[in-house]
Structures are given as C-alpha cells and as structure tokens.
Design a protein around this ligand. Structure first.
Ligand code: FAD
Length: 430
C-alpha cells in the first residue's frame, strides 16, 4: 500500500487549497478526484473572492483564468412584471487588489489544480474514494474504487463537497435533509462582449452581478442570480429543496420563470444557451455544521456546511477552511501527533476567522425564514405596489398619496405583524 502524509478527497476549491498549503509545508500530498479532471463536476454562480484566493495563490489574478472583475453589485426585488432595484458600483474594484471576479469553474478549478501540482501535489483523477481506512478506530487512509486502491495517510481531509457521503460514513456528519440544501440550476448563455457591456453599463472588461429576490424564486427561500462573464452570462436560481417539492416546482420551471421576467428577458435577449448545470448548495448554516475533526481526519468546505448564502459566499469559506486544514495537518504530522486534540486546532482557527464567525452571526436566519414563509411572498408585492403608487404622477397630492400607501401597507400586514417581522429580521440578520 502506498503511503502519503496527507490525502485529500475532492479537487474543488477546498480540497485544492488544503493540498497547496500541505505541500508548501513539505508534506507528501495526494488529491483524489472522481471527475475526469478537477472542475468537471463543479458548479458555482460564480463569484470568486480575491482575498481568500490570494491567501492560497498570491497575486493569482495575474495568471488565473478569470472572467471579469466585479465593479457593480445589484439587488432586484421582483414582483410580477415589476422590479425594484438597488446597487453599489465601485470603479476601484476594477483594478488591483480587486474585490471579486466572475469565473467559470471548469477553467478555474483546472488552473488551481495546476498550481497544486506545481507545489508538488500529486492528483489522481477519475477515482472515487469509497471509504476511509481505520486501524484501532483511527483513520489511516482511504479506500478507492480502483484495483489495489487502498492508500495510507497520516491525515485525511474530506473535501467531497455538498454530497457528504464519506463524512456521514465516518460518523462526522448527518445525511443531508431537504430543509438543509438548496437545489440550484444554472445556464451559461453566450452573448457578444459589447452587448454585455452595453446592457450592464460597463466599461470594457468590467463585470456586474445581480441577485434577484421575491418572484425570482416564486417567493420561496432562495435567490436568482445573473453574473457577467467575458462573452457569456451566467443565470441561475436556487431554493430550499423542501419548499420546491412542497410547492410543486421543478428547478427547470423556476429558471424558465425567472428568464421570462421582463427585467431579465431584456438582459438575455439574443443569447444562446451553451451549458445547463444543476447542483445542491448546503444551507444548514451554523447549527448544522458537522463535527469538523477526529483523530487523523478533518472536514472542509461544503462538506462542513461552510456556506454563507446571504452574502453569496461559499468558495472563499471553502478555500480558507482548506488552507487552515492543510496547515494544521502539516503541523500535526511534523509534531508526530495527529490525535483529535491536534486536529482541534483546525476548528479553533476556523472559529477565530470570519468563516465560523459569519455563520454564527447568521445562525437564526434559516429558521427565521422557515418560520415566516410569508416574508418573501408578501413584502416584494407590498414594496412594489408602494413604489408604483408613489412614483405614478396622476395628480394626487403627495401627502394624500403617502397616507394611501400607509393604509395599503397596513391592509396587507397588521402593525403587530410588521413589528414582529422587523424584530425577527433584526435578530436574524443584525
Ligand atoms: P466542491 O466544489 O463541490 O468540490 C468537491 C469535489 O470533490 C468535486 O470536484 C467532486 O467531484 C469531488 N468528490 C466528491 N466526492 C468524491 C469522492 N468520494 N471521491 C473523489 N472525489 C470526490 N460560492 C461563491 O463563493 N460565490 C458564488 O457565486 C457561488 N455561487 C454558487 C452557485 C451555485 C449554483 C452553487 C451550486 C454554488 C455556489 N457557490 C458560490 C458555492 C461554492 O460553489 C461552494 O461553496 C464551493 O464550490 C465549495 O467548494 P468545495 O471544494 O467544498 O466543494
């Protein structure tokens, strides 16, 4: 049986970041990826955050296959054919050190895998890890689907993504439930770059994002998104699986519903669908973060439920958790102690970082929206109606119009209901 210091299961952002940091610390490191190459199986909106990526590959923007630096982030609240818009544009984000870029995972993951190989990591593809190997109850390697496929390791890092089969088998995580994952579909639609820049009011090469709420998910907890790539647009929508099933939607119908909205249709006009992708997003939040370590093993990225959906951050949490796990593995191996206590340094470093701090901060959010399904159904309609009433110049004096708007709002939701919703939102989000 061949032996390694560190074996990482999964060649996504979490696994490859773990591999790079372990290899930099001198570890004999192996990544096992079930896809033909890293990236083939992976889906993301996708916005890649500069700070976290820079921690793994310094100044990555000089050579990574990036689409566009994001200089504007918009929010659209859809109600029927109407939309309310808000946004923030910052031209500084068009230059170093940047804030975020749009990417296509097929290209980016492949490039990140090359960086791992440059750092000395060995990558085996088209290989499924079926189980962990144990000796006296301790993790000592992995079992792959290949003939003579047992491989030894002092530390195994599980970076298998949202489908957490190995983490469940190892007794570290619970199986996914329809209430703790969002089902997401995405299309990549090709468009000439000049058209993209024209439609999104961008200078050459710049990018924008739009997150769409309300009717974009038929009022279910979730979000639609539109991101500009070099010569294509990524459009997608995701909602909690439980509600999608309960409300008899199919993910494809949700996407078609979004694409048909007047505000969206205009942006996509003339485009041609190049790719159609579907994936799950872990949405359990802080209370569903699994056990993160045991003797000789750590869990990172989506497998560890490290996703901050409100801020559309997942790749950065994956990369930071991977980097820390790789460093902790190396430190423990050098010290000759891969006990549970040694692996616990990973968890305490995650707790000190934005990763678990942010998840902890939003720990009530999922339950708040779950307990108040009316929020995403009635508020977009109310705000849209209020905006229409206020902005329609029909000769009604403004003071009278304001009174009518307030009356309309209280017809839809009682004063007590407003206070309850506001208090709940304050607790969940602030
Ligand atoms: P993954 O990227 O899923 O990688 C896991 C890897 O493990 C895969 O390559 C898989 O093939 C491999 N694997 C799994 N099981 C095995 C096995 N048993 N043996 C061998 N290999 C295995 N995040 C953002 O930051 N910005 C965004 O805009 C954004 N948009 C998103 C949009 C969508 C539609 C989705 C689905 C997610 C989005 N995310 C976004 C979240 C982000 O994609 C994830 O948080 C991130 O990819 C997690 O990385 P990971 O390495 O943990 O998992």
């Amino acid at each position: 049986m061949e032996n390694f210091d560190v074996i990482i299961v999964g060649g996504g952002p979490a696994g490859l970041s773990a591999a790079i940091s372990a290899a930099h610390a001198g570890m004999k490191t192996l990544v096992i990826e079930r896809g033909d190459y890293p990236g083939t199986k992976n889906v993301m909106g996708g916005i890649l955050y500069t700070k976290a990526t820079d921690m793994v590959v310094p100044e990555f923007w000089k050579e990574a296959p990036l689409e566009r630096p994001i200089i504007e982030q918009r929010i659209a609240m859809l109600s029927g054919d109407e939309s309310i818009l808000a946004g923030y544009r910052d031209p500084d984000w068009a230059a170093e050190p940047y804030n975020a870029h749009s990417i296509l995972r097929v290209k980016f993951d492949r490039w990140l895998a090359q960086q791992a190989e440059k750092a000395g990591v060995m990558i085996i593809t088209e290989t499924l890890v079926e189980d962990l190997l144990y000796k006296n109850g301790n993790v000592v390697g992995v079992r792959t689907g290949r003939a003579e496929g047992d491989l030894g390791a002092k530390v195994v890092i599980i970076a298998e993504g949202v489908n957490n089969f190995l983490a469940v088998k190892a007794g570290l995580a619970k199986s996914l439930k329809p209430a703790t994952v969002a089902v997401t579909v995405k299309e990549i639609i090709s468009l000439p770059k000049e058209k993209i820049e024209d439609r999104f009011c961008l200078d050459e090469g710049q990018g924008a994002t739009i997150e769409l709420y309300g009717d974009s998910t038929a009022g279910m907890m979730g979000v639609g998104f539109i991101y500009t790539n070099k010569d294509s647009i990524s459009i997608g929508v995701g909602a909690i699986l439980e509600s999608v099933v309960r409300e008899h939607w199919t993910p494809n119908d949700l996407l078609e519903n979004l694409k048909a909205k007047p505000y969206v249709k205009r942006l996509l006009q003339g485009g041609e669908t190049k790719e159609y992708l579907a994936h799950l997003i872990p949405e359990g939040g802080y209370t569903h973060v699994p056990r993160l370590h045991r003797q000789g093993v750590m869990v990172v990225g989506d497998t560890a439920m490290l996703m901050n959906s409100l801020n559309r951050e997942g790749s950065n949490l994956a990369m930071v958790s991977g980097k820390i796990a790789g460093e902790v593995a190396a430190q423990a191996i050098k010290a000759g102690d891969v006990s549970d206590q040694a692996m616990a340094v990973y968890e305490s470093r995650l707790r000190d970082s934005f990763v678990l701090k942010d998840l902890h901060h939003y720990r009530h959010m999922g339950k708040f929206f779950e307990d108040n399904p009316h929020l995403l159904k009635i508020y977009p309609k109310m705000f849209s109606k209020a905006a229409k009433m206020y902005l329609t110049a029909d000769g009604t004096p403004k003071k009278q119009r304001q009174k009518e708007i307030i009356q309309m709002l209280f017809e839809q939701r009682s004063k007590g209901g407003f206070i309850k919703d506001l208090y709940g939102a304050w607790r969940a989000l602030l």
